[in-house]
Design a protein around this ligand. Structure first.
Ligand SMILES: [Zn+2]
Length: 651
């Protein structure tokens, strides 16, 4: 989805940036050792099984071989009306029923009417729908504007494994204001006018086992999108002089009467298509590893984009390609647009908004912010595009992975996973005071979606990496991609892939971190120091346990100090819900501290706090002292009795 916040003259030029990428081996410390016996998990740090996940169709799909694969086919012809800020379109669709039920009607999303605008609302006017037979049969359809939805009645029931062929004529009005994913905004006078056509044609809804037809409207929180892969062919006609950035490989162009028509060949399946056009785009391109990477930006943003955008795009492509798996397409465009967010992902094309450049140019943010948004949106090519998901019900999955990935970009190129984070995301998570469950639909916790997607999820993913080890984690991400390549994924699929690379069950991790509303909040109770034996025993208890469903299981470093603040005992404890700890000390304990500095995730009352500590330690003299005391008392009593007896006799 769109990240944080989000932005060219027609002179194309080839950039020949020399991109030297220095591989930096990440060394994320992994604790080893003494997990609680009841938690059955594999050995941390064990040898990776990079071949443990079956490749499925990954090998041939990644080479572009989709022979025998049945998917819907969409031929989309678009014509931009510059003065009217509208696009006339014809969609020829062979809708493929890959579900086990028959359909008599099919729903399509008509998203533009749900988009934000200033004075000109977005909309799709559907002119007519027919079959592709000759003569064509006119079909009836119902438009539900408030739901941004259209139901098309089929001429006959569509059985599983069959195609329904439709011809849909429509006109899309692009909203103004420059707020949302699609729009016509900016001025030709200052060379900022851009037309962005995204989510702007009737797109068939997805039918699945969870919801039946997924007909969610264009909701404001997170991304409302959920698409199946399909074969596309794209024709875009614009006035001459416009530069077009679009999904796919430019295969041909045709000029007539002051207008130019571009044909984009999209050889491999994609989930949707998009284009953006401007008379002012500056274009830079470079060929990287067989992929034509291009950036399109406004002259006003050149100080941010020039060379940087292409470098960052290619570095992102290289890192994610080598880390997660193969980006199989021939093109990748990074394109400036006007919108109120930071960036937005589409197949083979991502948008970065003018607002990103403006924030950096005004000094509000550093250049790191541009890198963050570019790498984030490109990471979505893997997480939401190649591996798709229902962005309403499982949006945390693709957003969380893209957010973890942009921080991984920072780690790789700046040696610090938290390089873009100020304050560190984990501090925000630890001090977040609302109950918040990750594994929920955005419709259930709309106000928390942004927090879950961009803050809590990447921290939990980072926690997972530090728990199972860097290599097992990355191997799991690669396995997840291979398992669900060109398919839809859920959290279970993600867990299965991670378990496969880890070599053991991970319920103990996923159940608590994804399904509990509250973080653990540890206190120390019943601390007793046995002076004679020099042993300190205490319990670590999670006081939030009653509010959650599952025990949290994580390692917590413990340190014991004497009154001179010297460490007199130190250990790392697996806290599985709670824990009882006994340590040998080298002196009298004065303070017990739980050290939260290394991604121990707990609730904390204020930012920057990195430990819990207590001085409440009961000192026990021990049995030997008690016994010696008892013997002394008994002996004294005997002496006193003897003294009085002697005195009586003397009397
Ligand atoms: Zn995103």
């Amino acid at each position: 989805m769109k990240a944080g916040v989000k932005e060219t003259d027609g002179c194309a030029r080839q950039a020949t940036a020399l991109l030297l990428v220095i591989l930096m081996v990440s060394t994320i410390a992994t604790w080893s050792d003494t997990r609680p016996a009841q938690t059955q998990i594999g050995s941390i740090g064990e040898t990776l099984r990079t071949d443990s996940v079956p490749a499925g169709d990954y090998d041939r799909f990644s080479r572009g071989n989709f022979s025998g694969v049945s998917l819907s086919k969409l031929n989309l012809s678009l014509s931009l009306n510059e003065t009217g800020s509208s696009v006339r379109g014809i969609l020829l669709i062979d809708f493929y029923n890959d579900d086990p039920v028959s359909f008599t009607s099919i729903p399509f999303h008509l998203y533009p009417s749900g988009m934000a605008y200033e004075s000109r609302a977005g909309k799709i006017d559907v002119l007519n729908i027919t079959t592709i037979d000759y003569p064509p049969e006119t079909l009836t359809f119902d438009v539900h504007s408030s739901q941004q939805l259209m139901w098309v009645d089929l001429p006959s029931a569509l059985q599983p494994g069959e195609y329904a062929s439709l011809n849909i004529s429509f006109v899309t009005t692009l909203p103004d204001g420059g707020f949302d994913r699609a729009g016509a905004y900016g001025s030709d006078i200052d060379h900022t006018r851009i037309f962005t056509f995204s989510s702007c044609y009737p797109v068939p809804c997805v039918y699945d086992e969870f919801d039946g037809w997924n007909i969610d409207r264009y909701i404001e929180v997170g991304d409302p999108f959920y698409y199946d892969m399909a074969f596309y062919d794209l024709l875009i006609e614009v006035p001459q002089g416009m530069v077009v950035a679009a999904t796919g490989n430019l295969a041909g162009e045709f000029t007539q009467d002051g207008r130019i028509q571009y044909h984009y060949n999209i050889a491999l399946p994609v989930r949707e298509v998009t284009f953006s056009a401007s008379r002012h785009y500056v274009v830079e391109s470079a060929l990287y590893n067989g992929v034509n990477v291009s950036t399109f930006y406004l002259p006003a943003s050149a100080s941010i984009w020039e060379d940087n955008a292409l470098l960052c795009s290619i570095q992102s492509l290289e890192l994610f390609n080598s880390t997660f798996g193969i980006y199989p397409y021939a093109t990748l465009n990074v394109v400036e647009q006007h919108a109120a967010y930071g960036g937005m992902e589409y197949p083979c094309q991502v948008y970065i908004t003018r607002g990103v450049s403006q924030r950096i140019q005004s000094g509000q943010r550093g250049l790191w912010y541009f890198e963050l948004v570019v790498s984030h949106e490109i990471a979505h090519q893997w997480w939401s595009q190649l591996v798709g998901d229902d962005c309403v019900d499982w949006g945390f999955l693709d957003e969380g992975l893209a957010s973890w990935s942009h921080s991984y970009y920072a780690e790789y190129y700046h040696s610090d996973w938290e390089y873009y984070q100020s304050p560190p995301l984990i501090d925000t998570v630890r001090t977040f005071t609302y109950g918040c469950t990750i594994n929920q639909s955005n419709l259930v916790r709309p106000d928390l979606t942004s927090y879950v997607d961009y803050t809590e999820m990447p921290v939990v993913l980072e926690k997972l990496r530090r728990t199972i080890g860097h290599d097992a984690f990355l191997s799991g991400l690669g396995g997840f991609l291979r398992d669900r390549y060109f398919l839809i994924a859920t959290l279970n699929d993600f867990q299965n892939a991670l378990e496969s690379s880890f070599g053991g069950d991970l319920d103990w991790f996923f159940q608590s971190w994804f399904n509990n509303p509250l973080l653990p909040n540890y206190v120390i109770q019943n601390a007793v120091y046995n002076q004679m034996g020099s042993t300190l025993t205490f319990s670590i208890v999670d006081v939030n346990r009653q509010s959650n469903v599952y025990d949290y299981c994580q390692q917590v470093p413990v340190k014991v100090y004497d009154s001179g603040e010297n460490i007199i005992a130190e250990t790392i404890v697996w806290v599985n819900g709670s824990a009882t700890v006994t340590v040998q000390t080298t002196g009298n304990p004065h303070e017990i501290k739980l050290d939260y500095s290394n991604y121990v995730i707990v609730f904390l009352p204020y930012l920057g706090m990195e430990y819990y500590s207590t001085h409440e330690i009961e000192i026990s003299l021990g049995y030997a002292v008690l016994l010696a005391g008892a013997v002394s008392v008994a002996a004294l009593s005997i002496l006193i009795v003897a003294y009085y007896l002697k005195k009586q006799r003397a009397g």
